[in-house]
Ligand binder design. Structure first.
Ligand code: NAP
Length: 247
């Protein structure tokens, strides 16, 4: 168990990659507060499904776009778990469209959910991490934040922003023993990529040397590594987990 008795916050933990991350952390002895946006019922099911004898998972309803809700999440985590060592900024959405059709609201929604959320949660946890002179922050970006993608100006801007913020925060916090890194997934089988049609899937696979889409577990294992003491000398990095798509 790589994270025995550690405590974490994972944003967006009820589905897909986030749920995979919560499972991986709990299975490695780390208790987790995961946030979600919509279904209380799903959150309660996941608490039961993922909690073990050694470590627990608790859901907390909080819109990651909200600065105030990030503070409330941290307060809840400190009360419920007695501390926080790890923050995983995973929550994210897409509102795709070509530039001509993309409206202001869809641009703002994506930037707030994907990029401002990272600022919200990093700010909210910072005093705790600075006080204990320890913290691991893992931000979930995307390979499209590195290479761009037509029809995703809002999403790509948010994910490139996450990479920039990761590097800035890593430089600012390294001397305080706080590591900040980033995982950039390729195309992973989740509700987010369920929207792709067969033609789009085929086109993606043409560019993936390991000829399959990724699984949430592939990302969760990279997050576990960066959140563990195995990665103590790594900060400000972007680890692409994409079957070799971007190299
Ligand atoms: P997903 O299946 O759509 O799940 C998204 C999760 O985030 C859900 O638990 C959802 O909660 C939560 N969430 C969404 N908006 C939220 C908000 N405003 N506040 C709190 N929680 C919110 O997505 P995914 O595919 O697992 O993606 C997870 C992360 O990986 C995202 O940052 C995404 O951009 C990134 N990523 C995904 C892929 C991919 O191929 N799937 C590739 C690269 C990067 P509710 O269920 O309550 O709405």
């Amino acid at each position: 168990m790589k994270l025995l008795n550690k405590k974490a916050i994972v944003t967006g933990g009820t589905r897909g990659i986030g749920k995979g991350i919560v499972k991986e952390l709990v299975d490695n002895g780390c208790s987790v507060i995961f946030t979600y946006h919509s279904s209380d019922e799903t959150a309660r099911k996941i608490e039961q499904e993922l909690s073990t004898e050694t470590a627990k998972a608790f859901g907390f309803k909080a819109d990651a776009s909200s600065f105030a809700a990030a503070d409330e999440t941290v307060k809840f985590a400190l009360e419920k778990l007695g501390g926080v060592d790890i923050l995983v900024n995973n929550a994210g959405i897409t509102k795709d469209g070509l530039l001509l059709r993309m409206n202001e609201q869809d641009f703002d929604l994506v930037i707030n959910a994907n990029l401002k959320s990272v600022f919200n949660y990093t700010k909210a946890i910072l005093k705790t991490f600075l006080g204990q002179r320890f913290g691991k922050i893992v931000n979930i970006s995307s390979v499209v934040g590195i290479i761009g993608n037509a029809g995703q100006a809002n999403y790509v801007a948010s994910k490139a922003g996450v990479i920039g913020m990761t590097k800035s925060n890593a430089k600012e916090l390294a001397s305080r023993n706080i590591n900040v890194n980033c995982v950039a997934p390729g195309f992973i089988e989740t509700d987010m990529t369920d929207k792709l049609n067969d033609q789009q899937r085929e086109a993606i696979l043409q560019n993936v040397p390991i000829k399959r889409l990724g699984k949430p577990d592939d990302i969760a294992k990279a997050v576990l590594f960066l959140a563990s003491s195995d990665a103590d000398y790594i900060t400000g990095q972007v680890l692409t987990v994409d079957g070799g798509m971007v190299m």
